[in-house]
Design a protein around this ligand. Structure first.
Ligand code: GLU
Length: 504
């Protein structure tokens, strides 16, 4: 048995999106589950679509996710180089080979000539394809004589190399996820294998590299399913054993219809990229999960479950656990609907399971937060109290701002609900109680609130509500005694006095 080897083969035409991350993750999970290798290959033969910084972005994103390749442009490996632009001599060698077979030919048609024919077809209500019918009347090495071809080559007339699609053959294709399908070659066109600059196209370079790199399983997006017939025939043409194939279904928009597109993030208010990406041309920044405050463990857990269900409806799995359980046969055929709330739920669960110290380090690096002047001791207390309700570490700060800043206004509705003319006197009495409290802990504080309510013949709520309003500025937040403990005696009394003097 051959050692399982799986590759992720992105093109550096932009940042990796959610679908790309999922493909990489499934590639990795499958390879590791089978005790195999995970290879990162950069498919950069399409120079026109190359985007500056995209390759670095892809590598950094995989690293952040913990999907670490065994071989890559950065890690090197036995089959280096791992960038297609550096493998030209290998492609040239195999081009010479395929040209000796009956599976490829040279085509000299200029773009203008092809445009002309395309228009002709359109006028007759047809769509032009360079295929087993049209190729017989076009300018190529099938219609021209040997001498004519040689003359054009001598004159350095540009040409492309096309695949010669066999006539009327039924191809039986197999996909690990989708099962068996078949396609008649008459429905397929003669794809360009090598462009007029001598660079191979995706199809040709891809199968050469998969063969050379001893790839056993190709797991990729379903947009490549229509190319599967061609790829089967390319392996046949070269006389090579072909890998097994699995095509992943799409990730769908939250409403369940249509592919999740790169622009949907802005529309629906969630990132579609793992990391922030700054477009080198326009300078616009697309948001990333990392910068949004997601934990990488939560992110990949969420991504993995977009199209795969682990046994027993388990949802929270570490990368290691996923690796143990992953099974390509259990990957869904239907598209997976993206769900923002579910993504947040994953982060909430992972955040909750972190120690307070770990959350403190996350809070310290979270964007848009200023923790100046707060001691770690106080922050840890706030974290312990607020962690379980937070989705992101930054929520602990945003939802608990009152721990760090005294209210500078009081919510009007809350005032109406919590306040009457006796309230200031009650609060002043309570301040005195607090002042005398030697043990300034939530339990003792709660007891004094109790005592006060009893003395005044009031329900607990009548004391708690105005207290909360004085401390927080509105009627939200954790238990009042806990808030008082964290704020400390001095700050608490000051806030209560301020409220007593200013509200009413
Ligand atoms: N370079 C192709 C892409 O970016 C790879 C497809 C494949 O995995 O074969 O989609």
């Amino acid at each position: 048995m051959r050692k399982v080897r799986v590759r992720f083969a992105p093109s550096p035409t932009g940042p990796l999106h959610l679908g790309g991350v999922r493909t990489a993750l499934y590639d990795y999970l499958f390879a590791k589950n089978q005790g195999g290798d995970f290879v990162l290959r950069i498919e950069d033969t399409d120079t026109a679509r190359y985007v500056e910084g995209a390759e670095e972005y892809i590598m950094e994103a995989l690293e952040w996710c913990g999907i670490i390749p065994d071989e890559s442009p950065k890690h090197g490996g036995k089959f280096a180089p791992y960038r297609q632009s550096e493998r030209r001599d290998i492609y040239d060698k195999y081009l010479a080979e395929i040209l000796k077979t009956d599976y490829a030919y040279l085509a000299f048609d200029t773009p203008e000539e092809l445009d002309e024919i395309r228009k002709e077809f359109e006028q007759n209500g047809d769509v032009f394809a360079y295929n087993n019918i049209t190729r017989n009347r076009l300018k190529n090495s099938l219609t021209l004589s040997k001498e004519e071809v040689q003359k054009l080559l001598d004159q350095k007339v540009p040409y492309v190399v096309r695949f010669k699609m066999p006539v009327d053959r039924v191809l039986n294709l197999e996909d690990i996820i989708r099962g068996k399908t078949s396609v008649n070659t008459n429905t397929l066109d003669d794809k360009v294998l090598v462009k007029n600059d001598g660079m191979p196209t995706y199809h040709f370079a891809n199968i050469i590299d998969d063969h050379e790199m001893e790839i056993t399983h190709v797991i990729r997006g379903e947009e490549w399913l229509p190319s599967l017939g061609l790829h089967y025939l390319l392996y046949e043409a070269m006389g090579w054993e072909r890998p097994e194939f699995a095509h992943l279904s799409l990730i769908l928009k939250p409403e369940g219809k249509g592919k999740l597109s790169k622009r949907d993030g802005d529309k629906f208010g969630f990132p579609v990229f793992p990391l922030n990406f700054k477009d080198p041309e326009t300078g616009t920044i697309s948001k990333g999960y990392r910068e949004e405050g997601y934990l990488p463990e939560a992110f990949i857990n969420m991504v993995a479950l977009l199209g795969w269900s682990p046994a027993n409806d388990r949802e929270i799995l570490s990368l290691e656990e996923m690796t143990k359980e992953f099974d390509l046969h259990k990957v869904h055929k239907a598209g997976a609907r993206f769900n923002k709330e579910k993504a947040e739920w994953f982060n909430h669960e992972y955040l909750k399971s972190k120690s307070d110290e770990e959350v403190l380090s996350l809070l310290k690096v979270a964007e848009g937060i200023n923790l100046d002047g707060s001691s770690d001791e106080k922050l840890l207390k706030v974290i312990a109290l607020m962690k379980d309700r937070a989705t992101f570490a930054k929520d602990i700060y945003n939802e608990g701002k009152f721990f760090f800043e005294a209210p500078n206004s009081y919510d009007e509705k809350a005032v109406k609900k919590a306040w009457n003319e006796e309230t200031p006197a009650i609060l002043n009495d309570f301040s005195k109680k607090l002042l005398n409290l030697t043990d300034f802990q939530a339990v003792a504080i709660k007891q004094s609130i109790h005592d006060l309510a009893e003395e005044k013949g009031l329900g607990m709520g009548k004391v708690m509500m105005p207290l909360r309003l004085s401390l927080v500025g509105e009627l939200k937040g954790p238990d009042v005694p806990e808030i008082l403990e964290i704020l400390g005696k001095e700050e608490s009394i000051e806030r209560i006095k301020n409220a007593a003097n200013n509200i009413g």
